[in-house]
Design a binder for this molecule. Structure first.
Ligand SMILES: *Cc1c(COP(=O)(O)O)cnc(C)c1O
Length: 393
């Protein structure tokens, strides 16, 4: 038998217990919420470190950051008020004229922000087809590219990018790799372990898990020391006031306690749904890396724990209106944007991302929740039948 004193509880246990939290004064197993905007100095008029003003963080936010850093295997994590404010801080931290390489099709908000910085002359931008490493290798400019953005699995077609290979390409050109693995949270994909320099997640999604908080997080293996990029990003957060607020951080810690359970159930539901609808007569395609037939399956298997998360898309047959009608007719799935919550969502992605984003007009993005899989399958079946029936009538 191994020496029990050397036995470290598993990551699942540590996260379920929010790092075995116990409040020192009371023994409470749940933390309080520290909402203070300011902190009094001590008797020598010195700042009582580490907190002094809310815009620089609070212990509630720091607790959530510690849980995420543990999940990511990160040296440090920084929480922001949204995924977009975290992504923006990274772009903002780049020197003027920096060259950035990002997928042609990706989460539309981040792409809009990259285009806005490009239009202002702050950065130059090249793109590659998501998951296509040859195109990525061709798009980086050695010595000039500072940041490679990879989203995997990639919205809304769920192409998989080999993170290790992408990081080799980025590093070969002297660039940093940032990964957006919002679709596969760090309990199933730890991007830093595969060479990513910055792991980005919209914590609004799986980490929070209950559609009741917006948050974004950046995590790093190396902070780059004084005056480095990480210090710059932290400074941007402080000066822009985009730190996650305490109440939201508290909700996030509460949500993360069930992360492993939720993602396990959502992944099991998703594979059942994908298998049921693969080859379905009302569908042209099911896009889900968990399907053995999916082109990204082998890479996805290598960089996940064997769970593939709950994100998939279906392309329906018929017209664009047929696709919109499916969203109108579901009764269990909510016709809503976002993803990664306990409730299943369906979305006509083209309507949401708007003109200018090359999204298939008949693509529906599904975020599979933790409900009963049969209820979800039945719901999609009836909505597809109704939409198809009315379309052909
Ligand atoms: C939601 C999302 C974002 C943006 O995060 P917010 O929390 O909504 O600001 C970025 N990337 C992906 C993949 C997302 O799903």
């Amino acid at each position: 038998m191994t020496d029990p004193s050397n036995r470290k509880p598993s990551l699942a246990t540590r996260v379920a217990q929010a790092l075995h939290f116990v409040e020192e004064e009371t023994g409470a197993v749940v933390p309080g919420i520290q909402p203070a905007a300011t902190y009094a100095r001590d008797e020598n008029y010195d700042i009582r470190k580490p907190y002094w003003y809310r815009r620089d963080g609070s212990q509630t936010t720091a607790h959530a950051e510690a849980v995420i850093a543990e999940l990511e295997g990160a040296k440090e994590s920084l929480l922001f008020a949204s995924g977009m404010s975290a992504a923006t801080a990274v772009i903002e931290s780049l020197p003027t004229g920096a060259h950035v390489v990002a997928p042609e099709v990706m989460y539309h908000g981040v792409k809009m922000q990259l285009h806005a910085y490009e239009a202002n002359g702050r950065i130059t931008l090249s793109s590659y087809t998501a998951g296509n490493l040859d195109e990525l290798a061709g798009a980086v400019q050695p010595g000039k590219t500072q940041l490679v953005w990879a989203e995997t699995p990639n919205n809304p077609n769920w192409e998989v990018t080999d993170i290790q290979a992408a990081s080799d390409i980025a590093h070969g050109a002297g660039a940093k790799l940032i990964t957006d693995c919002t679709g596969t949270p760090p309990n199933i994909t730890r991007a830093l372990d595969f060479g990513a320099d910055i792991s980005f997640h919209s914590a609004t999604k799986y980490l929070g898990g209950h559609s009741d908080v917006t948050a974004g997080v950046l995590s790093v293996r190396e902070t780059g020391g004084e005056g480095g990029f990480w210090e710059q990003i932290a400074l941007i957060r402080k000066l822009q006031g985009t730190v996650l607020q305490s109440f939201d951080a508290w909700l996030l810690v509460r949500g993360m306690r069930t992360l492993f359970l939720r993602v396990e159930k959502a992944s099991a539901n998703a594979i059942a749904i994908a298998k049921h609808f693969e080859g379905h007569p009302a569908l042209e395609a099911v896009l889900y890396p968990g399907l053995p037939s999916d082109p990204g399956h082998e890479v996805a298997k290598r960089q996940t724990t064997g769970l593939f998360g709950g994100m998939m898309s279906i392309i329906v047959k018929g017209s664009e209106q047929t696709a919109i009608d499916v969203c109108r007719f579901t009764e269990v799935f909510y016709p809503a944007t976002s993803l990664g919550g306990v409730e299943s969502l369906i979305e006509h992605r083209k309507t949401v991302s708007g003109e200018g984003f090359p999204v298939h007009p008949r693509l529906l993005r599904l975020s599979i929740g933790i409900e009963d899989a049969d209820d979800l399958i039945y719901d999609l079946e009836q909505a597809l039948a109704r939409a198809g029936g009315e379309g052909s009538a």
